[in-house]
Write a protein that binds this ligand. Structure first.
Ligand SMILES: NC(=O)c1ccc[n+]([C@@H]2O[C@H](COP(=O)([O-])OP(=O)(O)OC[C@H]3O[C@@H](n4cnc5c(N)ncnc54)[C@H](OP(=O)(O)O)[C@@H]3O)[C@@H](O)[C@H]2O)c1
Length: 234
């Protein structure tokens, strides 16, 4: 019998496919659920976490029993790659609940946006971060050993996995300080049908997070929610 040694994270990135890889999802909302089903569809193993025990049964049903459902900590422990999909104002607390030690050295895909609890102004969402600071910078400072990569934050959940825009791939803007982590996320995003645009280091999140404000304006103004961004290049 041939024994195959588990691949380390560098080898995964070099191999360029992630089938069978373990994903931990911190967050039980529509983004967590959508990405859980997307990762399962693309061959990954998924544990999705909620800290509300009342949501667990529903999450099992929404992932057709194919994802393991646990706490934030269970998801963080399980994931070789971890997805953060919580309300922006709860993101730091969620990372603490997940146990920051379980995130050390791991790629953490940050989908969150710093949306304030105050209502939109004429369809323009309000943020709790100032323009020269982003939520992901706060998270990277709070958990310096984790390798945060911003992704999935600038598109509606309906288009996060295998988006269908008549053959045109939407652009997913990403950023983060760790090149290997970004390479891992690029592989995932390309598998999920996105055109990836790398906006550099963590400070790039100052520009990426507000794209959510822009994306939501047509929706709030009655023009629908079925659009995505495309970066044209020459
Ligand atoms: N909805 C979209 O289409 C979309 C698109 C792009 C980006 N995003 C961003 O993705 C993130 C997730 O969005 P969502 O719509 O799926 O869900 P959400 O309602 O924004 O977040 C739900 C999750 O946040 C957790 N949570 C809420 N308050 C918390 C707190 N104070 N401390 C710790 N955890 C807390 C909940 O925990 P429990 O599980 O314990 O209840 C739950 O897991 C958001 O930051 C959003 O801006 C959303």
């Amino acid at each position: 019998m041939v024994t195959v040694a588990p691949l380390n994270r560098d080898a995964w990135a070099l191999r360029g496919d992630n089938v069978g890889r373990k994903i931990g999802i911190i967050g039980s909302g529509i983004v967590g659920e959508t990405l859980a089903n997307g990762f399962i569809k693309h061959g990954y193993q998924v544990t999705i976490g909620t800290n509300s025990s009342g949501k667990r049964e529903g999450l099992r049903a929404k992932t057709n029993g194919r994802a393991t459902v646990g706490t934030f900590e269970d998801a963080a422990k399980f994931g070789e790659v971890v997805v953060l999909a919580t309300k922006g104002s709860g993101a730091e607390a969620a990372l603490k609940l997940a146990g920051t030690a379980h995130l050390a050295g791991k790629t953490v895909i940050d989908t969150s946006n710093p949306i304030a609890d105050t209502p939109p102004v004429n369809g323009v969402l309000q943020y709790f971060t100032p323009q020269n600071e982003s939520l992901m910078e706060r998270l990277q400072k709070a958990v310096p050993d984790a390798r945060f990569v911003k992704a999935f934050s600038c598109i509606g959940n309906a288009f996060m996995v295998d988006p269908d825009f008549n053959g045109e791939k939407p652009t997913m803007f990403i950023c983060g300080n760790d090149e290997m982590a970004k390479a891992e996320v690029r592989t995932i995003l390309e598998q999920f049908g996105h055109d990836v645009a790398d906006m550099g280091t963590v400070e790039g999140a100052r520009a990426i997070e507000p794209l959510c404000i822009l994306w939501c304006i047509p929706g709030f103004r009655g023009a629908g929610w079925t659009h995505a961004f495309k970066l044209l290049r020459k």
